[in-house]
Design a protein around this ligand. Structure first.
Ligand SMILES: NC(=O)c1ccc[n+]([C@@H]2O[C@H](COP(=O)([O-])OP(=O)(O)OC[C@H]3O[C@@H](n4cnc5c(N)ncnc54)[C@H](O)[C@@H]3O)[C@@H](O)[C@H]2O)c1
Ligand SMILES: [Zn+2]
Length: 364
């Protein structure tokens, strides 16, 4: 089966990508994961009856001891309370250093289960089985795990790389349409920041991607994972600044999410607006062409992602951006495109330019 390799010395792993491959997961992965006899399957409640049972049955037929731990769906469950509950359940299930945690769900379960794996008995092996597009192309790759505090998202966490990532495109067939399209915003992001020919592929194949054809899904997931894997291999812990390019559209996007109490837009929708604002800023600074901005906007619109937001004050977003944990010493730094397939970080942007870029994306 095609796979993408994530090169991280002794923490390297592969991402297997296919369709209808869930039943073969254990037999394949057992070749790479030694002495695997107990699995802690941590599953999103919403998909337990469908995908959870499928995975549980395939583990069972392998003669494995299995502990099924079910996590209620939703971002509010990526919490200290859920984590404590998982730790206790893992203890009660006699989890030991040889147990393997399997995270089955979207980014919420991946981050939470990954952090439980990172911390229980100082670290257990774990496998990511992402079931949302966002988790397939983004959160399951790269080893960031963690939980939210009531005051701030993703504030507590650890870098903890999985032993494998297993992607079955078939899992996406039950994903609500809005969640699927939201994940496409991150896919567009990879094209803009790193790969013009991938961007062209997305433009040409937008309708088969929207129709969730398995070939199209496999292609976009594979290329997104390759690109993220390259960035992560070069800057695993976000120390050289390279990994920061993955934040394209996110400084604006996080502020949009925060000022709408995480209720109005899904993450990818906010990132779609954020990339549009960043695009305007790049054009204003003379770094990017109007034509490229239009191409980005047309592709986002083809995926039915928002590129105009409700009338709103720029001041509120500006304030939220100052509070973003990625803002250093009050300076507004942005990842901005110079051409499709290339970005750079621009430090100390003028507040007037930033505010005008926000306003360009608001319905007057
Ligand atoms: N670790 C990282 O590097 C990283 C990167 C990006 C995002 N994240 C995190 O990821 C989270 C968002 O992830 P998400 O968008 O996957 O959200 P999510 O996990 O909440 O899933 C979205 C919704 O889809 C449902 N769902 C999941 N799989 C399904 C399926 N196959 N069929 C039907 N419904 C399904 C879930 O129950 C949920 O209601 C956030 O917490 C974010 O902070 C982490
Ligand atoms: Zn994102």
């Amino acid at each position: 089966m095609p796979s993408v390799h994530v090169e991280l010395a002794d923490r390297s792993y592969s991402i297997s990508i296919g369709t209808k491959t869930l039943p073969h997961m254990v037999e394949t992965l057992k070749g790479h994961i030694n002495s695997w006899t107990h699995t802690v399957l941590i599953c999103d409640e919403r998909i337990f009856e469908t995908l959870g049972i499928q995975v549980r049955d395939s583990l069972q037929s392998d003669g494995m001891r299995i502990s099924c731990l079910i996590v209620p769906s939703g971002e509010e469950n990526k919490s200290a309370a859920s984590l404590t509950k998982l730790w206790s359940e893992m203890l009660a299930e006699r989890t030991d250093r040889k147990s393997v945690v399997v995270a089955l769900g979207g980014g919420v379960v991946g981050d939470l289960a990954g952090f439980a794996a990172a911390t229980f008995m100082r670290g257990l092996r774990f496998v990511q089985v992402p079931t949302t597009l966002l988790a397939m192309v983004d959160s399951s790759v790269g080893g960031k795990t963690g939980i939210n505090l009531p005051e701030a998202k993703n504030m507590i966490g650890a870098f903890w790389q999985p032993h494998a990532v297993w992607i079955d495109s078939q899992c996406l067939q039950s994903l609500p349409d809005r969640e699927y399209r939201s994940g496409l915003a991150e896919v567009v992001k990879y094209g803009v920041i790193l790969d013009e020919s991938f961007f062209k592929y997305l433009e040409t194949n937008a309708s088969s991607i929207l129709a969730r054809e398995s070939n199209a899904i496999e292609s976009i997931v594979r290329r997104s994972c390759e690109l993220k894997a390259q960035v992560v291999a070069a800057d695993e812990r976000e120390t050289s600044g390279l990994r920061a390019i993955l934040n394209y559209g996110h400084t604006f996007g996080h502020a949009i999410e925060a000022t709408t109490e995480y209720g109005q837009y899904l993450h990818g929708e906010a990132i779609s607006l954020g990339m549009t604002m960043a695009g305007h800023l790049a054009v204003k600074l003379g770094m990017w062409t109007e034509e490229s901005l239009l191409r980005q906007r047309n592709l986002l619109r083809a995926f039915r992602l928002p590129v105009q937001r409700q009338p709103a004050q720029a001041a509120e977003l500006m304030e939220a951006m100052q509070l973003d944990k990625k803002t250093e010493h009050g300076k507004l730094n942005f990842v901005l495109p110079t051409k499709i397939g290339h970005v750079k970080t621009v430090a100390g942007c003028s507040p007037t330019d930033v505010a005008q870029s926000i306003e360009a994306v608001s319905n007057a």
